[in-house]
Design a protein around this ligand. Structure first.
Ligand code: ZN
Length: 63
């Protein structure tokens, strides 16, 4: 999980431990399924490469 190393600004403990209400709120928010919830960094990088390639292609076509 991406929030493993997050440190709480309220209690300075790892958010994943849920020691205070702020931790628990953040943990719940981060655990919710978002558009990138199932993606690992490699998948995000691949997505970025595809996006840049698409933009480059578009720029080449319009120039
Ligand atoms: Zn906390």
């Amino acid at each position: 999980m991406t929030y493993d190393r997050l440190v709480c600004a309220n209690c300075a403990a790892p958010v994943a431990e849920g020691r205070c209400p702020v931790c628990r709120a953040n943990r719940e928010r981060l655990q919710q399924e978002g558009p990138f919830a199932g993606l690992n960094p490699a998948a995000l990088l691949a997505l970025l490469v595809v996006l840049v390639a698409a933009l480059a292609l578009l720029a080449h076509q319009t120039a």
